[in-house]
Design a binder for this molecule. Structure first.
Ligand code: PMP
Ligand code: GLN
Length: 363
C-alpha cells in the first residue's frame, strides 16, 4: 500500500510509521556515537548500558526485574526478536495459538519451523479473546501462544482480567508465551499497559518483544529487544547469534543515553492520544463508523455505510481514486473478504491527518 500511495500520490495512512521527524536530541546522540567511533561490532547480546536502560524501564513501569546479563537481548527490531523466539521454541508438529486478526509475521514464522498455527478469531466489535475457546484449543501439542497488546490492527488492549485468565489456564501446562508489546507505551484514556511480565506466573514462561523503532519514531533504524527468563534467553541467543550476531552499535549508544530521560517514553501515550482524537474529531459527520482505538497508532474505520465492496477492493479504490491509502484488515490472517473495515495509521502530522480526514468526510 505504501508503494501504491507513492505511485498515486495518495496520503499514506497505510504502513505503520510516523511522517514527522525524530527528536533532535536523539539525532545528536547518534551523531555523537558515530564520532566516538562506536562503529565496530557490538557485543552479541547488546551493549550493557542499553540492556541496563531496558531493565530499569521495565522495573519502573511493570515492577518486573530482568537481569541485563542473562535475560535481555538487543535485537534488529521486534521482527527479529519474534522470529528468534519462535525459531528457538517451536519444532515440527508443535501447535501455536494465534489470535486473528494477527500481525502478519507470526503465522509464516511458525510454519517455517514446521509448527502448526491454531488460529482463534477475536470476538465482538471490540475484538476480545474468548477464553473458553482458548481453553478448548489448548492441547498436549500446544507449545506456545502469541499475544499482541496493544493490538495491531484493531487498537484493542488486553485487560488485567485477560492476563489473569491466561495465567490461570496456563498454570497446569508448560506452554510458552510470546508477547508482542511493540506498542507498550501507546495506551490511551488513562488506561495502563498490562505487560505479561507484571504476572509472575506468565513472566517465567514468556518472551516479551519490543521495538525502539515504534517507541522513538525510528522504524528505519530497525532496533528492538527481547526479555525472557535466563533458560529461555539462552536458547534465544543461540538463534540471535546465527541470524544476525549483533545489532547496530552506534544506535545502541544513542538509545541508552536517550532513555536516561524517562519522559521520552512516558509521554508517548498522551502524544498519540491527541493525534487519535484530532483524526476522529476531524472525521465527525463522515459516514465511517468507529470505536476509538484504546492503544497503538492505528484506527479501524468501518465503511459499510459507504460501500458493500470487499476491503481489498475498497482500499484500492480509496488509494487510487480518492487519495487516501489504508490497509484492508483481511490481510491480517483473516483470509476472507467479508470485512468492511480498514486500518488507518494516525502517527502523522496534524496537517496530514486533517487533509486525509477532509477527503474521507466527503465519501
Ligand atoms: N509487531 C507488531 C505488532 C508491529 O506492528 C510491528 C511493526 N513495526 C512489529 C512487530 C515489528 O517491529 P520492528 O519494526 O521493530 O521490527
Ligand atoms: N508494523 C507496521 C505495520 O503494521 C509495518 C511493518 C511492515 O510493513 N512490515 O504497518
Amino acid at each position: 500500500m505504501s508503494q501504491m500511495a507513492s505511485d498515486t500520490g495518495a496520503i499514506n495512512l497505510s504502513q505503520g510509521f510516523p511522517d514527522f521527524g525524530v527528536a533532535p536530541e536523539l539525532i545528536r546522540l547518534m551523531q555523537e556515537a558515530l564520532e566516538q567511533n562506536h562503529n565496530q561490532y557490538a557485543p552479541m547480546a547488546g551493549i550493557p548500558a542499553l540492556r541496563e536502560a531496558v531493565a530499569k524501564m521495565t522495573s519502573s513501569l511493570y515492577g518486573a526485574e530482568y537481569d541485563p546479563d542473562k535475560e535481555i537481548t538487543i535485537t534488529a527490531g521486534a521482527t527479529e526478536a519474534l522470529y528468534a523466539a519462535i525459531a528457538c521454541s517451536v519444532f515440527p508438529g508443535d501447535e501455536v495459538i494465534i489470535f486473528k486478526p494477527a500481525y502478519d509475521s507470526y503465522e509464516p514464522a511458525v510454519r517455517a519451523q514446521g509448527g502448526v498455527p491454531v488460529l482463534l478469531q477475536l470476538q465482538g466489535p471490540d475484538f476480545r479473546i474468548d477464553w473458553e475457546a482458548f481453553a478448548s484449543a489448548l492441547s498436549t501439542k500446544t507449545r506456545m501462544v502469541i499475544l499482541n497488546s496493544p493490538h495491531n490492527p484493531t487498537g484493542t488492549v488486553l485487560t488485567r482480567d485477560d492476563l489473569q485468565a491466561l495465567d490461570t489456564l496456563l498454570r497446569p501446562t508448560d506452554v510458552l508465551v510470546l508477547s508482542d508489546e511493540v506498542y507498550q507505551h501507546l495506551v490511551f484514556d488513562g488506561d495502563t499497559h498490562q505487560s505479561v511480565c507484571r504476572f509472575p506466573g506468565l513472566r517465567e514462561r514468556s518472551f516479551v518483544c519490543a521495538s525502539f523503532g515504534k517507541t522513538f519514531h525510528i522504524t528505519g533504524w530497525k532496533m528492538g529487544y527481547c526479555l525472557a527468563p535466563a533458560a529461555l534467553m539462552r536458547e534465544f541467543r543461540k538463534l540471535h547469534e546465527l541470524l544476525i550476531f549483533s545489532v547496530n552499535h552506534p544506535a545502541q549508544h544513542a538509545l541508552a543515553a536517550y532513555m536516561e530521560n524517562a519522559s521520552h517514553y512516558e509521554t508517548l501515550g498522551g502524544f498519540f492520544q491527541k493525534k487519535r482524537d484530532l483524526f476522529l474529531s476531524a472525521l465527525e459527520g463522515s459516514r465511517f463508523r468507529f470505536t476509538p482505538a484504546k492503544g497503538t497508532y492505528f484506527q479501524l474505520l468501518d465503511y459499510s455505510a459507504i460501500s458493500s465492496e470487499g476491503d481489498l477492493a475498497f482500499s484500492e479504490y480509496l488509494a487510487r481514486e480518492v487519495g487516501v491509502a489504508s490497509i484492508p484488515i483481511s490481510v491480517f490472517n483473516l483470509n476472507r473478504e467479508d470485512h468492511r473495515q480498514l486500518r488507518f495509521c494516525f502517527a502523522k502530522t496534524r496537517d496530514t491527518l486533517l487533509r486525509a480526514a477532509e477527503i474521507l468526510r466527503r465519501l
